[in-house]
Write a protein that binds this ligand. Structure first.
Ligand code: SF4
Ligand code: F3S
Length: 106
């Protein structure tokens, strides 16, 4: 499966959503996750994300490992998003900021 990591938090550009053939993105207030039970590993979303937030599960950076379980957990709570929408208002300011996990809203 593919995994959305920290860079997405407070950005939510949603370019990834448009290319997913199986609509497996789920939307929270300031973050998206991928439902690991739906993702078919097509890889299309990876290149779409302007902040490079999406990784194959096996390639998730060491300091982002908690996002594997987080995507699985939150995908059970959040609703599907199937169409691109505007990014969050301050997305460009947050795009390169590290350590955003504490800002994740559920
Ligand atoms: Fe969707 Fe493909 Fe990305 Fe999985 S890898 S989330 S199936 S676009
Ligand atoms: Fe997030 Fe990147 Fe998609 S910022 S919403 S994973 S395009």
């Amino acid at each position: 499966t593919y995994v959305v990591t920290e860079a997405c938090i407070k950005c939510k550009y949603t370019d990834c959503v448009d290319v997913c053939p199986v609509d497996c993105f789920r939307e929270g207030p300031n973050f998206l996750v991928i439902d690991p039970e739906e993702c078919i590993d097509c890889t299309l979303c990876v290149a779409e994300c302007p902040v490079e937030a999406i990784y194959a599960e096996d390639d998730v950076p060491t300091d982002q490992q908690s996002f594997v379980a987080l995507n699985a957990e939150l995908s059970r709570l959040w609703k599907p998003i199937v169409e691109r929408k505007d990014p969050l208002p301050d997305a460009d300011e947050w795009a390169k900021v590290k350590g955003k996990l504490g800002d994740l809203q559920r």
